[in-house]
Ligand binder design. Structure first.
Ligand SMILES: [Zn+2]
Length: 213
């Protein structure tokens, strides 16, 4: 079984996820947004308290609020770092993104692996599927655990909202298309964990998301 812990970090109130298999203790950090020292402490204390082995560091996409903690997590745990290929330009320009918001941070390392829909990752007894969902950024992926019925939707789909499309490389029609084809086709009882705000379900969003009804 995959367990999920959510931290809300940095000035963008970004959701950083630690997920792990409760039997093997293999874990992953998704979109580490930790920036301040206290946030790093909260993250490492939690990982230590659960005795987790951090196997992967995964970015759904490479906006600044989702990558602030990448260099720290890589240095601390040396996980295999996965990032979307079409967001590499955002990673390369991370410093420019940071300066726009007066943020001081350490540039993320070069990813070890590029994500594709064929990427086949296991976390203990569970399989991670990558769903290509561009539109908020050109390269974004959602992470889907079919057996556990959970999906990390990054900044693609929020509770009662969708990702903004006015930033570099964003496109509204592409985003709506990604949501309709890749996410709304999942079972209604799949829990979604967005990159900002509260969790929800696919069924709830089909019914109440004002951008989709
Ligand atoms: Zn974003």
């Amino acid at each position: 079984m995959v367990l999920v812990k959510v931290f809300t970090f940095n000035l963008f109130a970004e959701n950083t996820f630690v997920i792990w298999d409760d039997e093997t203790k293999e874990g992953a950090v998704i979109d580490p947004g930790n920036s301040a020292d206290e946030e790093q402490k909260v993250l490492t204390n939690f990982i230590s308290s659960k005795n987790l082995i951090i196997k992967y560091l995964i970015n759904t996409h490479c906006h600044i609020d989702h990558i602030l903690g990448c260099s720290f997590v890589k240095r601390e745990y040396n996980p295999v770092y996965y990032a979307p290929e079409k967001d590499l330009i955002l990673l390369e320009n991370a410093q420019i993104q940071a300066e726009m918001f007066d943020i001081i941070f350490t540039k993320p390392p070069t990813p070890d692996q590029l994500i594709s829909e064929e990427s086949d990752l296991s976390l203990g007894n569970s399989q991670i599927q990558f769903l290509f969902t561009p539109g908020h950024t050109p390269g974004e992926y959602c992470l889907y655990f079919e057996n556990e019925k959970i999906c990390f939707t990054g900044d693609v789909l929020f509770k009662e909202g969708i990702g903004r499309t006015d930033l570099w490389g964003g496109d509204y029609n592409t985003l709506i298309n990604s949501i309709e084809i890749k996410l709304l086709t999942l079972p209604d009882d799949v829990i979604i964990y967005p990159g900002h705000g509260e969790a929800s379900t696919i069924g709830y969003e089909k019914q109440y998301n004002p951008f989709l009804v």
